[in-house]
Design a protein. Structure first.
Length: 166
């Protein structure tokens, strides 16, 4: 097997984690924006997006390590991050239904039906993404994900083409 084929297999195996990578990036920038919008308020709640930003660095590091060393990485930090994001979103939803705490947590949002429901909807979408990613991590760890099956099929097809001299 040539270097080009080995590289193709490496990329294909790493693509199993694409949903996790993009979801973490989305959460990172959502928390960064939330933190920036919180700066003028100087509220203690601004520590939550800051903590989530620093927590996001752990799965980012884990996924970088996974690219160079695909075996032996357990995605423990990535799972922990998605659980933390799930808990944080649940906590923020509970704060959203009481006007004074909503104003403290989201000083840049209007305290009306549209502002509260829009914020809660975004938080619920974040929770659903976190749950989806946790499910994906479990499937990856058990090698039951679609990406792993595609990887194995591709690997078999490469061996078959080598036997035919192509």
């Amino acid at each position: 097997m040539g270097a080009r084929q080995k590289m193709a297999l490496k990329h294909m195996k790493y693509n199993r984690y694409i949903l996790l990578r993009y979801t973490i990036a989305g959460f990172f920038f959502a928390n960064l924006n939330w933190f920036i919008f919180m700066l003028p308020s100087r509220s203690v709640v601004m520590m939550l997006p800051l903590i989530m930003l620093f927590l996001a660095l752990l799965p980012i590091q884990e996924l970088f390590k996974l690219y160079s060393q695909p075996e032996g990485v357990t995605l423990k930090m990535t799972s922990l991050y998605f659980v933390a994001q799930l808990v944080a979103n649940g906590f923020l939803i509970s704060l959203s239904f009481y006007s004074p705490t909503f104003t403290i947590a989201f000083p840049f949002m209007n305290v009306n039906l549209h502002g509260v429901l829009g914020t809660v909807a975004i938080l619920i979408i974040g929770m659903m993404l976190s749950l989806l990613c946790l499910k994906k991590i479990k499937a990856i760890q058990l090698n039951h994900d679609r990406g792993y099956k595609l990887f194995l099929d591709f690997k078999k097809s490469m061996k078959a083409s080598e036997s035919y001299g192509e």
